[in-house]
Design a protein around this ligand. Structure first.
Ligand code: ZN
Length: 286
């Protein structure tokens, strides 16, 4: 299944994208794509409900805003430096254990929303990433069982303010958490429809210039290792988002570095998971 949500920010309705590309409103099912939905095997229940109710589901209006593909989760956990060439361009060593940081859940937004350059920022940067959505509560799980805890996958742009992240002291979270810094979607694709999460092309362009173009087979730590690893340190809840790191080609890595300015257009995509497009705007224009 391909899950999406549409409507006004923080008032989105659940929808599905069918195999023919048609998008249908499934709000009559009565649930959002949140922790309770995933925890109660919502994917199976929704598929069953659809068997009898599909004909009555209205189509999603073509001009509707697309929101984050899942509701705000308990946490967004990110993996840093998970591609060797990205570690090198960042001037950092290839990690021997996953680098882990959090991103504020209030950063979550839709895949076509404007990215707001934060107040006092001049180093807003992009990071195309494969995000994993957790399907059931996971604590101390083995790597061989890890995929049982995955609901599906989505495209994520892990926007990062490099001065806030690296020059303002302490941990990375300040540079990762501004509003609109986590566009997720347009669709969450259930894992049964992604044959190999470690063989997906991911790319990102700025103003039409391709700057990131890689494949998830270049990850240092793969999805099952990451899910198992994180579960040794924290309980992962249904609906939680894990972003698995970005490949080479972020603005920080250019000489001189390249950062976003108002009016820039960022486009990105991952095989089978759709594409996103954001326009950069200044905070003051809101
Ligand atoms: Zn990242």
């Amino acid at each position: 299944m391909k899950l999406l949500r549409f409507g006004e920010f923080e008032n989105e309705k659940p929808a599905l994208e069918l195999s023919n590309g048609k998008r249908i409103d499934v709000s009559a099912f009565g649930e959002d794509y949140n922790e309770a939905f995933f925890a109660s095997d919502g994917l199976t229940r929704l598929a069953k409900w659809l068997e009898t109710e599909i004909a009555a589901c209205p189509e999603v209006p073509a001009n509707a805003r697309i929101g984050s593909c899942i509701a705000r989760p308990s946490k967004i956990v990110c993996i840093g430096l998970n591609y060797a060439k990205h570690a090198a361009e960042s001037g950092m060593a290839v990690p021997t254990e996953p680098v882990v940081f959090f991103k504020s859940t209030t950063a979550l937004c839709g895949p076509f929303d404007d990215v707001v350059i934060p107040r006092n920022s001049d180093k807003t940067d992009w990071e195309v990433e494969l995000a994993v959505i957790i399907g059931k509560k996971a604590s101390y799980i083995n790597e061989e069982d890890a995929m049982d805890y995955v609901a599906g996958y989505a495209l994520h742009n892990d926007y990062s303010e490099r001065a806030f992240q690296l020059e303002r002291g302490g941990q990375w979270v300040k540079g990762k958490s501004s509003d609109t810094f986590a566009p997720l979607g347009p669709i969450m694709v259930t894992k049964d429809e992604v044959s190999d999460p470690q063989n997906l092309r991911l790319w990102l362009s700025v103003n039409g210039e391709m700057l990131q173009d890689s494949n998830t087979n270049d990850m240092i730590f793969d999805v099952k290792h990451i899910v198992s690893y994180l579960s040794q340190f924290m309980t992962l809840l249904p609906g939680d988002v894990i972003s698995t790191g970005t490949p080479f080609g972020v603005g920080l890595g250019f000489k001189p570095p390249r950062y976003l300015k108002a009016g820039d257009i960022v486009e990105l995509g991952i095989d089978n998971l759709g594409t996103q497009r954001q326009q950069a705007v200044n905070y003051s224009t809101l």
